[in-house]
Design a protein around this ligand. Structure first.
Ligand SMILES: Nc1ncnc2c1ncn2[C@@H]1O[C@H](COP(=O)(O)OP(=O)(O)OP(=O)(O)O)[C@@H](O)[C@H]1O
Ligand SMILES: [Mg+2]
Length: 265
């Protein structure tokens, strides 16, 4: 006796064919260019517009639109220049779309770097319990290291701790050598270049040894982590699939570099 053959016809799920209903009338709330930016497809987009022309509003609606179109809010990273502005923007997203906005990761570059380093920093020697040095603490540590190296009494024209911090910070933020910075912007201290180089190294070593990170280190070490630990980079960039940055024109070289690393898939 012949066995009966059953035939199954497999169909693709029809869900995708039905467009998702959006909860906001974006076209009514935005002008044409804003609408185009808000509803743009995946991939990098840059909005350039004058003061008060609605860039931040565009970004707020963009976050709402992404969530509205089915993006998981926890896949969105919103970077701003002050803590207050990210809170405000996410509140506005909440007004548009509801409580799911609370799962968007928002903050300043430094707060996000802080969070990512506490979770992922071990591979670059950063323990989860590291301490952040504020500007005053950092300058005091520079003064301490300077006296340990015997560089304070030797010469009255040696730069003060605040100036040294400024030089080091500029070098970190622009990814240029301290020598270059001194030559270009602090040439009156160029006689001390060698000592300042030693001081910079000793300051770094003192921080590493005690698990201290100054504000610049938060970004510098995040950049290191993303460059050196491919597994962590892949993990972090797959978590933050949508990265939105307000006031991108104020983004410094180091921050832009970090964003580029995060956005690499
Ligand atoms: N399409 C629009 N319809 C109604 N109001 C709008 C529209 N676009 C912008 N606005 C309003 O204009 C004001 C300025 O917008 P917004 O703060 O987004 O601009 P911005 O470009 O980010 O400004 P800044 O350069 O100061 O950061 C806000 O009060 C905003 O609500
Ligand atoms: Mg704005």
């Amino acid at each position: 006796m012949e066995r009966e053959v059953k035939t199954y016809v497999l169909k693709r799920p029809t869900e995708e064919a039905v467009p998702r209903k959006l909860s906001i009338d974006y076209a009514a709330a935005l002008n044409q260019q804003q609408l185009a930016a808000v509803t743009a497809g995946d991939g990098p987009s840059l909005v350039i517009a004058g003061a008060g022309s609605g860039k931040t509003r565009t970004l707020v609606y963009r976050v709402a639109y992404l969530i509205d179109s089915g993006v998981d809010p926890s896949n969105i990273l919103l970077l701003t220049f002050t803590r207050k502005s990210s809170q405000e923007m996410l509140e506005r997203v909440g007004d548009l779309i509801g409580t799911s906005s609370q799962r968007v990761c928002g903050g300043t570059f430094h707060s996000v770097a802080n969070m990512l380093l506490r979770r992922n920093g071990r591979s670059v020697g950063i323990e989860p319990g590291f301490t952040i040095l504020d500007r005053g603490d950092a300058e005091d540590l520079i003064a301490l290291v300077r006296s340990q190296l015997g560089l304070n009494e030797k010469d009255k024209r040696f730069p003060r701790k605040g100036t040294i911090m400024e030089m080091i910070s500029k070098s970190e933020n622009t990814l240029r050598s301290l020598d270059e910075i001194i030559l270009e912007e602090f040439s009156h201290f160029s006689d001390h270049s060698e000592d300042l180089g030693r001081l910079q190294k000793a300051y770094q070593a003192a921080k590493r040894q005690k698990q201290l990170l100054d504000y610049d280190d938060l970004l510098v070490m995040l950049r290191q982590l993303l460059l050196l630990d491919e597994a962590a980079r892949a993990r972090i960039s797959s978590q933050y699939r949508y990265i939105l940055v307000d006031e991108y024109q104020d983004t410094i070289r180091l921050q832009a570099d970090v964003i580029r690393q995060l956005a690499t898939t």
